[in-house]
Design a protein around this ligand. Sequence first.
Ligand SMILES: NC(=O)c1ccc[n+]([C@@H]2O[C@H](COP(=O)([O-])OP(=O)(O)OC[C@H]3O[C@@H](n4cnc5c(N)ncnc54)[C@H](OP(=O)(O)O)[C@@H]3O)[C@@H](O)[C@H]2O)c1
Length: 470
Amino acid sequence: MKTESRRRNTRCGLWIGFGLLTGILSGLYLWRRQRIRRTLPPLVSTTEDRKGTALVTGASSGIGASYARRLAQAGYDLIIVARRRERLETLAETLRANYGREVEVLVADLADEEDVARVAARIAALEDLEILINNAGFNVPGRWVESPVERQLDMVGVHVVAPVRFTRAALPAMVARGRGAVVNVSSLMAFFPLYEAANYAATKSYLRAFTEALYQELEGTGVRAQVLCPGFVRTEMHPAAQIERSGLPACLWMTPEKVVAGSLKDLERGVAISIPGFGYRLLARVGRLLPRWLLYEVGPRIQKARGAAKEGFSEFRKRYYRNWAELRDDLRFMRQNRARMRQGMRALDGAFRERLMLAVTQVNGCRYCAQFHAQTALKDGLAPEEIAELLEGTFDACPEEERIGVLFAQHWADTAGHPDPEAWDRLVETYGPERAGAIEMSLRMIKMGNYMGNTLDYVLYRISGGRWGK
Ligand SMILES: NC(=O)c1ccc[n+]([C@@H]2O[C@H](COP(=O)([O-])OP(=O)(O)OC[C@H]3O[C@@H](n4cnc5c(N)ncnc54)[C@H](OP(=O)(O)O)[C@@H]3O)[C@@H](O)[C@H]2O)c1
């Protein structure tokens, strides 16, 4: 009895302790946030007044160009830095014309020490530098031991040496003025030192640690420091490094505009680590809690699966759901039109329906649907030769009166359910509105089946590291 009540008391004590700790931590967090907001002068504003100068490295494309546009729009004059002069000049022209800002073009290779010194001297000479964005960067994918060491050293120069030199050149004046901001563009890789990205992850981790420490040192000076850690962003970086983008689901990709908007919003609020996108913020948090051995186990598998998917998946996949929204829309359509679907299926003769199904399956390429409909087509009286023909995209054995329907089915699948109006008119003319509607309903059903089969294949293929389905 006594032991039981002692146990209950201990449990109760633990809960009270946990509650108190959570309360204290939340209180501290809110107090700190308020204090930071009170001590930092406002930064980014959308009014049209001139705000000082912002310098952006790597502004000739992607995230850097997006920063330049947003900052010009917000009222800053700009200095834009990169190697490709034409790109910079075009951007400068656009910013001058659209926002009436002064824009200076600085052509520099940030892997080159002399160029870095030249840009650092320009920064130190600026009297009104408000924002420094160290964004220039690139990736050299592959196993570190096999990649050219010069490129890796260039990466250290661009990702580490240049930002350190530029930050050092900018900060004294900012601190003296009691305002300004430094943003270092790192990556989510700063939390996940992954296989085949050794130097990239290492240099980006450097930027994260460096900026977090600066953030603490700068507290109370009125100067902000932020490290931006984006996930996958649609820019020129992946094509330039010949990194395959198609293997990743569309929902993982962000636009540079969204990333920059997130960064500037966090900068205004004085956030030290900016990770745009809720999913990525969650991933970074989970990533920090994961035991390292799990990372070592999972990281190489993911990379290898991506590599394998790039090479072999096209063997059996044609079309599949690329995001949840597509699947959700199809499911919603099915739910809302259940009765019409049933009617549609009944309105068509079994053999005709199977010809339509096989024609759509041939375009979309689902092997499960192909097998299933080949079997039902046999039961509905189609010859094995005709089934094979339909699965190869020809239909010589198809009865004359069904040809327009089967041709429409192929076209409908080819255009992913958005046929030309003329094709639709011809279908209605041939079969009448009611049967044409029934045909369209059948096509939608099989499209959904095809996509589901292929999505399943795709997921299994990725999980199995490229072994499934070969
Ligand atoms: N895209 C992503 O998924 C992603 C994710 C996380 C972090 N990031 C980081 O975001 C930053 C911007 O990349 P991005 O995605 O916008 O790619 P991007 O479109 O390829 O832009 C990279 C920029 O860096 C410049 N640059 C590269 N090497 C340079 C050098 N030696 N000297 C001077 N400038 C150089 C490029 O200009 P020039 O070629 O004209 O010199 C270009 O303007 C990089 O630091 C990257 O690591 C990107």
